[in-house]
Design a protein around this ligand. Structure first.
Ligand SMILES: Cc1ncc(COP(=O)(O)OP(=O)(O)O)c(N)n1
Ligand SMILES: Cc1nc(C(=O)O)sc1CCOP(=O)(O)O
Ligand SMILES: [Mg+2]
Length: 613
């Protein structure tokens, strides 16, 4: 269903082939359930081989289009997406229009895809954008150049392709150039990177990393996009497999337009820029892998929006550091964390062993010790040791928040880490000790990062406003919670957290989430023991853990068919259902490496008979 109030205006040219331009933009917006309107800047005659003609519309007509679309009789525009602008006259009118619109509605967002050359090679615009960057970029909230476009706009910049780390640093510097000129979020798409790698580096396959994957392989087998966003120039690396099916063509027609429209749609739906990019990227991967070869130089993208576990296989991975990004290149070594029950039940989060005792005595089977201000390191360690003993006695699962080294030392059941914690945490010792890992997420991008780490569960927060923690993000609400659960379940157990009380529990449970984490609903209750019992009645204590088969806490190590070791037993897999007609590109086009990676995304937990009881 299209929400007519989430309106996106695309300012772009037509494409007679409908692969790119305004019609592709409108198709994309439609699939995302937002309402699209268009102001045409030029008419182009194109097919999947070439651009035959570009005819700019008269500036007078273009001005009227904008006037018509901004009239009171139209839904309010939430996002403006800029595509092909053929000449300076149209660009000037566009800049004036955006300034006026931002004055009337400061919340309006602008996405700019700097189209200058068609994917098939034809020149589309006569504008020298380098001269305009300082005027346009301060008006732009999300800037989406591909690497070729970015390099054309930053004359003299050379990408350092000598290894993944240097390359990512270099792409970050390039993104920062646009940020300094005023762009909001910069989303630099790295698909064209292999073309920049020189002959010496191609033959330097011997320069292998310690994992045995050469730097050349790392740079060419996967696509890395760099996103720089926020006041502190936070860097996000998005990585995904390379679609091999497009290698002997100019690729899939219109992907730049479709990507920018997908981002615009997600912004109109209220997602932040980084989450919008994460989901839009999944949409792109799905459409590219199912693209159709009609015997032309470029392929036809296949649209289609879904939001459930089928989409997970197309999701990018997100990393905050290059060493995290390396996990993408070494799927066989990225074995994931020990599994836990799919349904963890009521999951109180408390700050002392005294509370842990109360929870254990009243039948809680999953809990977390979260001490934010320990009196001393000795007191902290004693509290952890005492809590572990209590939980062992009562057969309860104890996760330790933040202090993973102490959790390992005292053999806790698991560890819970947030996105910031993950930047410095050493994950290998946690994995090797067989402890479970729970990871906090607050939207699609963080879910994409969690999936890269293959944790034991994924926490989804914060659902409602909470007084227990200062949050950087907005409350997600039960509807987004349901979307996130649909995406990651059954691959990962899910835990909802943040502002959950008995009065909103019904909506939380309707999302299908496997566990409910609460602080104040129990710790601030007048009679905490009674509150625990009431919550246990409402949520349950969860199910038993998967069978314990190895030396410590049940990590069943199996060989996959590809021969790599995984830390989980695979009882179910999330299968890709191929949609529509025509030749599906997936089987033919997806590289063996990518298929292996997909395989490693199969279901993370075992569903025991108790799970289904
Ligand atoms: C179950 C669960 N979910 C989320 C959190 C929050 O963890 P984090 O983001 O690391 O924040 P702090 O709790 O450390 O403030 C959690 N603790 N438990
Ligand atoms: C510790 C914590 N983490 C959150 C997240 O979203 O990551 S919300 C939260 C506080 C939860 O407390 P209450 O149940 O009192 O709202
Ligand atoms: Mg933390």
């Amino acid at each position: 269903m299209i929400n007519m109030l989430d309106t996106v205006l695309t300012i772009a040219a037509t494409d007679s082939s409908n692969g790119a331009g305004t019609t592709a933009d409108l198709a994309t917006l439609n699939f995302f359930g937002v309402y699209g309107v268009a102001a045409i800047t030029a008419v182009t005659a194109q097919n999947l081989n070439e651009v035959l003609a570009v005819k700019p519309v008269k500036n007078r007509i273009f001005t009227k289009e904008l006037q018509a679309l901004s009239a009171d009789s139209m839904p309010k525009i939430k996002v403006i997406k800029l595509g092909l602008i053929p000449n300076e006259k149209i660009l000037r009118t566009t800049v004036t229009f955006i300034r006026e619109q931002k004055k009337l509605n400061p919340d309006i967002l602008v996405v700019w895809d700097p189209v200058a050359v068609a994917g098939t090679g034809g020149e589309l615009s006569e504008i020298n954008y380098s001269l305009w960057l300082h005027i346009i970029l301060p008006l732009v909230d999300v800037f989406t150049p591909n690497l070729n476009e970015a390099l054309a706009l930053c004359e003299g910049f050379e990408v350092d392709t000598s290894g993944l780390k240097n390359c990512m640093d270099s792409l970050t510097q390039l993104s920062l150039y646009f940020r300094k000129l005023g762009a909001g979020t910069v989303y630099l798409k790295g698909g064209h990177l292999p073309a920049l790698i020189n002959e010496d580096e191609k033959t330097a396959k011997g320069r292998s990393s310690k994992q045995g994957v050469s730097e050349f392989e790392k740079l060419t087998s996967y696509i890395y996009d760099v996103v720089v966003s926020g006041e502190n120039n936070d860097v996000y690396y998005f990585g995904c497999g390379r679609f091999a099916g497009a290698s002997n063509s100019t690729g899939v027609h219109g992907t730049g337009c479709i990507m920018a429209s997908a981002v615009a749609a997600m912004l109109a739906k209220g997602y932040n820029a980084v989450d919008a990019i994460a989901y839009a990227k999944a949409y792109m991967t799905r459409g590219i892998e199912n693209s159709v070869d009609v015997g032309a130089r470029s392929r036809l993208f296949r649209h289609g929006y879904i939001n459930n576990s089928e989409m997970l296989q197309y999701f990018p991975y997100m990393a905050r550091t290059v060493s995290e990004l390396e996990l993408i290149c070494n799927p066989a070594e990225n074995t994931g964390f020990a599994p836990c029950a799919h349904d963890l039940g009521l999951y109180p989060v408390v700050d002392s062993s005294e509370w842990i005792g109360i929870l254990c005595e009243n039948g809680v089977k999953t809990m977390q010790l979260r001490i934010k201000k320990p009196e001393s390191s000795e007191q902290l360690e004693q509290e952890i040791a005492k809590s572990v003993k209590l939980c062992e006695k009562y057969g309860a699962r104890l996760f330790i928040d933040d202090y993973y080294e102490l959790a390992i030392r005292h053999k806790a059941y698991g560890v819970h880490l947030g996105q910031e914690d993950l930047i410095d945490a050493k994950l290998n010792p946690i994995r090797e000790a067989g402890l479970r890992l729970g990871v906090s997420t607050h939207g699609y991008a963080e879910i994409a990062r969690a999936c890269l780490l293959k944790p034991s569960y994924i926490a989804l927060g914060h659902i409602y406003p909470t007084g227990s923690k200062v949050m950087a993000s907005r409350p997600q609400g039960p509807s987004k919670l349901a979307d996130y659960v649909a995406l990651v379940d059954p691959a990962y157990p899910t835990v909802a957290i943040g502002g959950i009380k008995l009065h909103n529990l019904g909506d939380v449970k309707s999302s299908g989430v496997g566990s409910v984490a609460v602080i104040t609903a129990i710790t601030a209750a007048p009679d905490p023991a009674a509150a625990v019992r009431e919550w246990l009645d409402a949520v349950g204590a969860g199910s038993s853990d998967p069978a314990v088969k190895t030396e410590r806490r049940g990590r069943t190590v199996k060989k996959t068919s590809s021969g790599s070791e995984t830390g989980v037993s695979k009882s179910r897999t999330v299968s890709a259902k191929k949609t529509g007609t025509g030749r599906s590109a997936s089987a033919a086009g997806t590289s063996a490496k990518e298929r292996a990676r997909r395989k490693s995304r199969s279901v993370k937990t075992e569903k025991t008979s108790e799970d289904n009881a």
